[in-house]
Design a protein around this ligand. Structure first.
Ligand code: XMP
Length: 537
């Protein structure tokens, strides 16, 4: 049976990805495509959602789409700008609102007979964020919800399957937003809700077998979740025709190269481990500038990887663990680069390798679910993201093997501490954590999770350009501080510093200063992103 999908037309809103996530949470496959790339002749499309946009429909540069491609053919839901665009295009009226409508509002009237509002409670809270407002709707349409200030908070066609809402059902503050999207996706578009990690594994393995046949494939492993899951998936499809290359640049976490190689071997992967740390340390000697460090590491990495890849004569494909958010960022239609990625790049053209990206449609939490479905060990699946240049971007100043050793030791204490410290959660908090797939044991309605599993990412930074005075026993010390960083996030685009328990911080700080020679002070980074970034360099 062919995979059904919802198409989300992206008009550039910051919450477009969130719409995608919400639809996937309804076990329904969806694709986010640029506003002008509707796949016209695709029979698997069961519904279309038009996203919000930073533009007003009256802006000369506003994004537009030919609605006749889908209106009247398949169900359509316009959100915010999407709702205004439908009204504006089909003969309604959109005008500048007297005051920008932003924040929480309540639906004071709701047409409960309309399928979109099935199960809605009176006065349901929604989230508004728009400067324009719809002052008239097209002929043949009717209002189906309003707030105190917005007459057409939602409207629908009386004759065609078209719905539009000026609020944002995808954001958390619209309390029945998931219900509204379920009404659209399941009841109106008739999704079979058969998109799951198991079904993904089954169909992807079959597709990879058909696509790759007996071809040989090379894949660069980093120790991270994405490349590891991609490797296990490919291994299931083509077995020993997959060769993985794992380069150690010497700036991984303590014992990580050894431990991860062991994990990969246990998973039956055909892995070549390359210890190139001497080359990286030599090329980085004396370099303090963050961008220059990144460039050197990127260049060396490609060189080492290519030298190894070239030995794999007859390889036809390069596989990568690229995931959906990586692609959405690079496809960002407003043209702003938010974060540049530093994955394996620039393999020599004479190798004529084709690109294979089996995870390119998945969000991070879905990658983790796929990893579980493939039976991968939990510690590999729940591993925090780690930057390609590794500890090099967590040492301020130049890099030496000794500084890396100091940082590895301090970081090891911090990370082991995060794994060991358990927190009890119950009620809504526990449900949220379990829904995100965090491994936890339930006792009497309570779950116990480690701090490590509760946060997005943690790491230690060595401030090797700074020294401060301390006292140890009767001795004066003059050594470096380390900063601890821990953030909560869903996608690394924004992040908040994690509110770690004081007793945990006290214990870790003590242990680091007592055990790690070269460190006499520990700080905690309380900056959010933006305006800071997660990594210091
Ligand atoms: P920033 O520091 O930009 O990081 O807030 C966002 C996320 O990206 C990771 N990161 C990298 N990952 N190569 C990578 O593969 C890199 O050069 C790189 N720089 C940052 C970072 O750890 C965080 O998860």
């Amino acid at each position: 049976m062919q995979q059904q999908k919802i198409i989300i037309l992206d008009f550039g809103s910051q919450t477009t990805q969130l719409i995608g996530r919400r639809v996937r949470e309804l076990d329904t496959f969806c694709e986010i495509v640029p506003y002008n790339k509707f796949p016209k002749d695709d029979p698997t499309v069961i519904g279309v959602i038009l996203s919000g946009s930073p533009y007003s429909v009256h802006d000369p540069e506003a994004f537009t789409v030919d609605l006749s491609q889908f209106v009247g053919r398949i169900p359509v839901l316009g959100i915010c700008y999407g709702a205004q665009f439908i009204s504006h295009t089909l003969g309604g009226k959109v005008e500048k609102a007297d005051s920008r409508e932003y924040g929480r509002a309540n639906l004071v009237t709701i047409d409960h007979s309309n399928a979109l509002f099935k199960g809605f409670e009176p006065n349901s809270q929604v989230w508004m964020s728009h400067g324009d407002t719809i002052t008239a709707i097209p002929q043949g349409f009717k209002a189906i919800a309003s707030t105190a200030n917005v007459t057409y908070a939602a409207y629908a066609s009386a004759t065609q399957p078209v719905w539009a809402v000026q609020f944002h059902p995808e954001v958390y503050h619209t309390l029945q937003g998931t219900q509204l999207l379920r009404n659209f996706v399941v009841d109106i578009c008739h999704s079979r809700q058969d998109w799951s990690a198991d079904s993904f594994v089954e169909s992807t393995v079959a597709e990879l077998k058909a696509q790759l046949g007996d071809d040989k494939v090379i894949l660069g492993l980093s120790g991270g979740v994405d490349s590891s899951v991609a490797a296990v998936l490919l291994n299931r499809a083509i077995g020993s025709n997959l060769t993985c290359i794992f380069v150690d640049h010497g700036m991984l976490r303590k014992n990580e190269f050894r431990d991860v190689m062991h994990d990969y071997e246990c998973l039956g992967l055909n892995v070549i481990g390359v210890d190139a740390s001497e080359k990286f340390f030599a090329d980085l000697a004396g370099v303090s500038d963050p961008e220059q460090k990144r460039k050197i590491i990127g260049r060396d990495f490609v060189e080492v990887f290519n030298a190894e890849a070239k030995k794999q004569t007859g390889a036809k494909w390069l596989a990568q663990g690229t995931i959906y958010p990586d692609r959405i960022e690079s496809l960002n239609i407003t043209g702003k680069v938010i974060k540049s990625h530093h994955n394996v790049g620039g393999l020599p053209e004479e190798m004529h390798l084709q690109l294979c990206e089996p995870l390119k449609w998945l969000f991070k939490d879905e990658v983790r679910r796929v990893g579980r479905s493939l039976g991968m060990p939990e510690h590999l699946i729940t591993r925090h993201p780690f930057p390609g240049p590794g500890l090099a971007v967590r040492i301020l100043g130049d890099i030496t093997p000794e500084k890396v050793r100091i940082l590895q030791d301090a970081d090891d204490i911090y990370i082991r501490g995060l794994r060991a410290y358990k927190v009890k959660l119950s009620g809504e908090e526990a449900r949220r954590v379990l829904a995100a797939g965090v491994p936890a044991d339930m006792h009497d309605g309570e779950i116990e999770v480690s701090l490590y599993d509760q946060i997005w990412q943690a790491g230690t930074i060595l401030l090797s350009t700074v020294r401060s005075v301390g006292v140890m026993g009767d001795e004066r010390t003059y050594e470096h501080p380390v900063a601890l960083r821990a953030v909560t996030s869903t996608d690394a685009m924004t992040a908040d510093w994690a509110h770690l328990p004081y007793d945990f911080m006290a214990k870790v700080s003590n242990e680091i200063i007592n055990k790690v020679k070269g460190v006499n002070r520990v700080c905690y980074d309380i900056s959010s992103k933006p305006p800071a970034t997660i990594e210091w360099e």
